[in-house]
Design a protein around this ligand. Structure first.
Ligand SMILES: [Zn+2]
Length: 338
């Protein structure tokens, strides 16, 4: 039997169902794992995603033709059974399971194992062939416990607050920003957000995700309100005139890349907090092993290293070309929206 999912110039493609998975070009029919910009592109004829991803996709892509389904709900196209399974990456994120003629392939999209309080927890999905991300596919990447990181962030903010200094956290506008809001103790202090974060907060609320109230920076007319406050913004706002409003402030980047020595300095921030919505090295290995897959393809990240490691450890693996980028230090698409 030929491969059930192949890489084409338009994106990953399932030929028997004639449908693309997270395509990077405009195609007639797309299934989308999640609403991050490297997985959800404009211009497709129709989109299929999880219910929670639908308002997020609409917020990012505008008025699109999108159908949504529940996790584990089966859709049959040309005799191919397709279902979505929680990926734990961001709200509405899914792995795509495709079953055809007795063979099961799973495309992971992006995933993580830590419970983040806003996404449905990752579900291990047994398969014959697993297509995995490997954004942090080096043994070096081992995440600290997220609760410890939230406490560090809280302490940093409280110290800044006691000195009358604003705390500006740079984080992905979709996923990371809401994860921070869900975990930080913000009851007695207002939290301000950049417009890009505000848009994604509203879309998450439309998906039924509970988030604390925040204030949009552009709707505040008295800059004194920012004194000692917490502000959440995409990293594209770092180093821009947008920061001038906040008076004395300190900045921090929240990203898995902050585990790298020097990463904080390259990005010119005062602090770096190691928190990722991607699997670390141990989680990648646990998931690949747990699927029981006899063959693994690796789409993005440290693809060569991770696939070589799997081969050396008895799991046949290869790189599958894609244009996904995984977690980046800068989110470029949100720069204009303040
Ligand atoms: Zn993602």
């Amino acid at each position: 039997m030929s491969d059930l999912i192949i890489s084409t110039p338009y994106g990953l493609y399932c030929e028997p169902a004639d449908i693309f998975l997270d395509p990077w070009q405009s195609v007639p029919k797309a299934i989308i794992t999640h609403a991050h910009s490297d997985h959800a592109r404009r211009g497709c004829g129709s989109y299929l995603c999880h219910h929670h991803a639908k308002p997020l996709l609409k917020a990012r892509l505008g008025d699109i033709n999108v159908q949504s389904v529940e996790y584990n709900e089966k859709i049959i196209i040309n005799g191919v059974t397709i279902s979505l399974h929680p990926a734990g990456h961001i709200p509405g994120s899914a792995q795509i399971r495709i079953e055809y003629q007795g063979k099961v392939w799973v495309f992971s999209g992006d995933y993580k194992l830590h419970h983040d309080g806003i996404s449905t927890n990752f579900e291990l999905t047994p398969c014959h062939v697993f297509i995995s991300e490997s954004t942090f596919g080096l043994p070096f990447f081992q995440w600290p416990p997220p609760d410890q990181v939230f406490q560090e962030i809280q302490r940093w903010w409280m110290k800044n607050k006691s000195e009358g200094v604003s705390s500006i956290l740079f984080a992905y506008s979709l996923g990371k920003a809401q994860r921070l809001l869900a975990h930080l103790q913000i009851s007695d202090s207002p939290v301000f957000v950049h417009g890009a974060v505000h848009t994604m907060n509203e879309a998450c609320k439309a998906a039924g995700i509970k988030l604390p109230e925040t204030l949009r920076v552009s709707e505040v007319y008295d800059n004194r309100l920012f004194k000692g406050a917490l502000v959440i913004a995409p990293s594209s706002a770092n180093g821009t005139p947008w920061l001038r409003r906040f008076g004395p402030y300190r900045t921090a980047i929240v990203s898995g890349w902050m585990a790298l020595r020097g990463a904080r300095r390259w990005q010119a921030a005062d602090r770096g907090f190691v928190l990722s919505d991607h699997a670390d090295w141990n989680a990648l290995n646990a998931v690949v092993k747990g699927t029981g897959a006899g063959k693994v393809f690796v789409t993005h990240g440290y693809t060569e290293t991770f696939s070589r490691w799997l081969c050396e450890n008895g799991i046949p693996a290869a790189v599958l070309h894609s244009q996904y980028t995984g977690e980046q230090t800068t989110e470029t698409e949100t720069a204009e929206e303040s």
